[in-house]
Design a protein around this ligand. Structure first.
Ligand SMILES: *[C@@H]1O[C@H](CO)[C@@H](O)[C@H](O)[C@H]1NC(C)=O
Ligand SMILES: *[C@@H]1O[C@H](CO)[C@@H](O)[C@H](O)[C@H]1NC(C)=O
Length: 494
């Protein structure tokens, strides 16, 4: 299916002239059942594409009921969980990437993709560097846009940068540029050019999903040809992409939707102890009264009330085309909001932020579901404990450690400058899941994978009975008690 979007579009054909792909080394993949084989297939297609299988969705494998085997951890072995730890070959400035996704349905629409490349002649000063891209796509309201997007987003952004940045790159010697007037270089600053290119490629990818295949189908005039493009275009997806430049030590985050990025930064306290600063790198793009077309988007009643998204073509297609799809191609009834404004009402253009990376920093990319259980401070604090205890080198025997684990109070996590609410131990911390489960937060640090560590603490923490109960629920009931959880953690070099 991905081929449909590659064909006929020069946009996503990788131009690798200046890029050398660095392999993903020492990766341990963990998925269950059929997912594993399929992941391998996906990896062949794109050297570092990782995610939950497509076959799971096709076969709709029944969820394994309880009980799980004696020594099998309930999250790690869950049929809807997919996890990996990866180290990247080469001097990328990234020590390790850990990830876990867990869906509340029989299949998952959350995918993680990695790509790391050596780059020369594309940075401001024409030096060489390594770029690492990590993207997380979180699908909602059905179908496969999330998977298709995950397969191409890193490559498309890289392609955009390689084909468009050359003219911004100044040779090493500054002296050549004394004559600004005759300088062949654009006046737009390099940083802004990078952001503009990423933005335009996000939008172009979205168009390639929502417009191009549909046009192709309509020109064929066959109903059958229009079914698949409609279901892809009408489904929705949030995407977050991080791009790390190892020479500049600069991290850039592009967000479309309601996923979130956080950075944890170690600090040495005066008394010699360590704590972690919380940097929130994105603003959730949920509909606010002030956002454009807020009331129109609200009328669409999306499962995620986002103000930006990939797909969701009912908010992008014109009424005429929706009417035509409805009349002639078994399409949905047109979405007719009470407004005089013309679509599109929603965009896939990302908001981009950047931050300079310091030794020991870590980045968390997570889906909205993670933050329904844990606050930003808890997430950074939990990872702080995980780092301080050297869990990065722990073996995989989670079950054994669980049986003797020490409990962690949210207030005792090593977080710098925590908010008054946290200091007071206020249970109304803005998260909802623990209140729904009628239980207090108590955490544990037992996992060898940082994504799994976050997921466990977002699903009951030290309360193993609760975790097991939540994970033994089947859809659709599961969705009432646990949200989809994706947590990817990128550890930068010390
Ligand atoms: C990028 O990675 C390659 C491969 O390991 C390494 O040889 C090179 O020094 C790195 N470049 C930079 C600028 O760090
Ligand atoms: C959870 O994931 C499933 C499939 O992965 C998706 O269909 C559903 O819309 C997601 N729910 C939310 C609230 O994101």
């Amino acid at each position: 299916m991905a081929r449909l979007f590659w064909r006929g579009s020069a946009l996503f054909r990788p131009s690798v002239a200046t890029l050398t792909t660095l392999g993903v080394l020492g990766t341990t993949y963990h998925t269950t059942g059929v997912a594993h084989a399929d992941n391998n297939g996906a990896l062949e297609e794109n050297s570092a594409y990782l995610g939950v299988s497509q076959t799971t969705s096709r076969r709709r494998t029944a969820i394994e009921p309880f009980p799980f085997g004696k020594n099998r951890d309930v999250i790690w072995t869950h049929p809807q969980a997919s996890a990996f730890s990866a180290t990247v070959e080469g001097d990328t400035g990234i020590a390790r990437i850990d990830s876990l996704t867990l869906s509340n349905k029989a299949w998952s629409e959350d995918f993680v993709a990695l790509r790391s490349v050596s780059v020369s002649g594309l940075t401001k000063d024409a030096l060489s560097t390594n770029w690492s891209l990590v993207s997380l796509t979180n699908g909602f309201s059905g179908s496969r846009i999330s998977l298709e997007l995950s397969k191409i987003i890193n490559n498309a952004v890289l392609d955009g940068l390689t084909t468009n940045l050359h003219e911004y790159v100044k040779p090493n010697s500054e002296t050549e540029f004394t004559d600004v007037e005759t300088s062949p270089y654009p006046t737009e600053p390099y940083e802004e050019a990078v952001n503009r290119i990423i933005k335009s490629y996000f939008v172009a990818i979205d168009t390639a999903f929502t417009e191009d295949p549909l046009k192709e189908a309509l020109s064929s005039g066959k109903k059958a040809d229009a079914i698949r493009p409609q279901s892809v275009a009408l489904s929705g997806c949030s995407a977050i992409l991080s791009l790390y430049d190892s020479s500049a030590k600069q991290l850039r985050i592009a967000l479309t939707g309601d996923s979130r990025a956080l950075l944890g930064r170690p600090l040495k306290n005066k008394d010699g102890s360590k704590s972690y600063e919380v940097h929130v790198l994105t603003a959730d793009q949920t509909i606010q009264p002030s956002s454009p077309h807020a009331s129109v988007i609200a009328q669409a009643k999306l499962p995620h009330p986002v103000s930006r998204a990939f797909g969701v073509a009912s908010l992008k297609w014109g009424r005429e085309i929706q009417q035509r799809l409805h009349e002639e191609y078994l399409g949905d009834r047109p979405f007719l909001p009470t407004t005089t404004a013309e679509p599109p009402y929603i965009t896939a253009e990302p908001v981009i932020t950047s931050i300079s990376i310091k030794p020991g920093d870590f980045l968390v990319l997570g889906s909205a579901g993670l933050w329904k259980s844990l606050t930003n401070e808890e997430i950074v604090g939990l990872l702080g404990v995980w780092v301080d205890r050297g869990m990065i080198n722990a073996d995989t025997n989670v079950v054994e450690r669980l049986s003797s684990s020490e409990l962690l109070n949210p207030r005792d996590l090593p977080v710098a400058g925590r908010s008054a609410k946290v200091v007071k131990g206020d249970s109304d911390d803005g998260t909802t899941m623990y209140r729904r489960w009628r239980t207090k937060k108590q955490f544990v640090c037992v996992d060898h994978n940082a994504g799994l560590h976050l997921a466990r603490n977002a699903l009951g923490g030290s309360d193993q009975d609760l975790t097991a109960a939540l994970l033994s629920m089947s859809p659709p009931r599961a969705a009432l008690f646990r949200d989809n959880i994706s947590a990817t953690v990128v550890f930068f070099d010390d």
